[in-house]
Design a protein around this ligand. Structure first.
Ligand SMILES: Cc1ncc(COP(=O)(O)O)c(C=O)c1O
Length: 397
């Protein structure tokens, strides 16, 4: 591995993430553009069907983002003032913002230090008579221990909405995420396991929710004719509720139709790259590498997230990311714990409340990980990481 001498930066910048778009996706989008059918239409219907059979779930409704999926899932609960929804502080802000948009109160529960997922015991401790739902986030693509969540929440009559934005293709005990719990939400943002440009999918077991999600996702317009959500020019229509404009376009579904075919290959490659990182980085004492729980799972490796032991270094995480940039390497971090952000502090949250999430929040790093990366790219990143650590190691450590 590297020594601490100066390392030449990469000639070509390595981004932290890049979508893998093939000729099939390009041809399908072009076909949509030429056909004149750009908005929600037959390709969205086909994509929903394909996604359903990939996941093995009963229902799937495509929307224009994962955020939209969380929003309609939460709205369908008809939360009343004071109703509480528990989630992790180590997540993207959409998870908690949508609780507020749906009229709920955000309650955070601290994380498990091994999986970085919300800790079921912390969730149990946060439950009150006002708790209506829990949103476990499958962080980085590592599935939460769903048996524990389901056993507890069913007994308490609490709904589980899985935030699977990171976890398309992940499996828990041989079953795909998206077919286990009541409602699951996926994101197809370009950094995610598969993409539609922007986009999302909500999967669910209760057939009765389908109309609700479709109404909420498209202006509350009841579709009286056909299976296609589009301008209701073909028949009489009725507004059932003030819904949102959250529909996925055929142009987006055109990409998704081929991404879903490649998803298993993407995950295979991401897994291989994560193993290479592990081999290259495991001897660096100032890093804590991602851990795997004992239960059977398929990790989809949306991100590879070592923790930097900043107490042993003369550099903080933000400067570390800047140094990596200097080496021609893009890195990111997921996430600054939500309760530390200024808006969430106005809700009464404060530092010290969720010490594990805060520990991770100060130290976590997302190294480049995407299917088209090569072993050489992993070597470049690993050498740069080792080099920066060697330069900034605290003396006498
Ligand atoms: C954990 C989590 N939840 C929700 C979302 C929202 O998804 P989208 O960007 O598709 O709205 C994201 C996306 O970044 C996410 O990472």
């Amino acid at each position: 591995m590297a020594n601490s001498s100066a390392l030449n930066p990469r000639k070509e910048f390595l981004p932290f993430s890049l979508p893998t778009i093939g000729q099939e996706e390009i041809d399908e989008v072009v076909e949509s553009l030429r056909s004149g059918w750009l908005t929600t239409g037959p390709k969205v219907i086909k994509f929903q069907e394909k996604f359903k059979s990939y996941i093995g779930c009963r229902n799937a409704v495509a929307l224009n983002s994962g955020t939209a999926g969380l929003h309609v899932a939460l709205l369908s609960m008809d939360l009343r003032p004071g109703d509480e929804v528990i989630t992790t502080p180590l997540t993207f802000t959409a998870t908690a913002n949508t609780i507020l948009h749906a009229g709920g109160r955000v309650v955070f529960a601290d994380i498990d230090m091994d999986t970085l997922n919300v800790d079921i015991d912390a969730v149990k401790a946060a439950i009150t008579p006002s708790t209506k739902a829990v949103i476990p986030v499958h962080f980085a693509g590592l599935p939460c221990d769903m048996d524990a969540f389901i056993a507890y929440c069913r007994r308490k009559g609490i709904l589980i909405i899985e935030d699977a934005a990171h976890a398309v293709g992940s499996e828990y005990k041989g079953i795909k995420i998206g077919s286990i719990g009541d409602i699951t939400v996926f994101s197809f943002h370009p950094t995610k396991g598969m993409t539609t440009g922007e986009g999302g999918m909500i999967t669910f077991s209760d057939d009765g929710l389908k109309d609700r999600f479709e109404l909420l996702g498209f202006h509350g317009i009841e579709r009286s004719v056909g299976a296609v959500r589009s301008v209701p020019s073909v028949a009489d229509y009725d507004i059932k509720m003030p819904g949102f404009k959250y529909n996925m376009l055929d142009i987006q579904a055109a990409i998704g139709l081929h991404q879903i075919d490649r998803l298993n290959a993407f995950i295979k490659k991401r897994t291989l790259l994560a193993e290479l990182y592990r081999e290259r980085l495991e001897r660096i004492e100032e890093l804590i590498l991602p851990k795997l729980p004992a239960y059977d799972l398929v990790h989809s490796w949306h991100i590879f997230t070592p923790l930097l032991k900043i107490e042993d270094l003369n550099i903080d995480r933000h400067s570390f990311i800047s140094e990596l940039r200097g080496h021609g390497i893009g890195a990111a971090y997921h996430y600054k714990a939500l309760h530390l952000h200024s808006f969430y502090r106005t809700l009464g949250f404060r530092p010290g409340q969720f010490p594990k999430a805060e520990y991770v929040s100060d130290r976590i790093l997302s190294l480049p990980l995407f299917p088209n990366m090569t072993e050489r790219d992993i070597d470049d990143v690993s050498l740069a990481v080792e080099n920066i650590i060697a330069k900034n190691r605290k003396k006498g450590f």
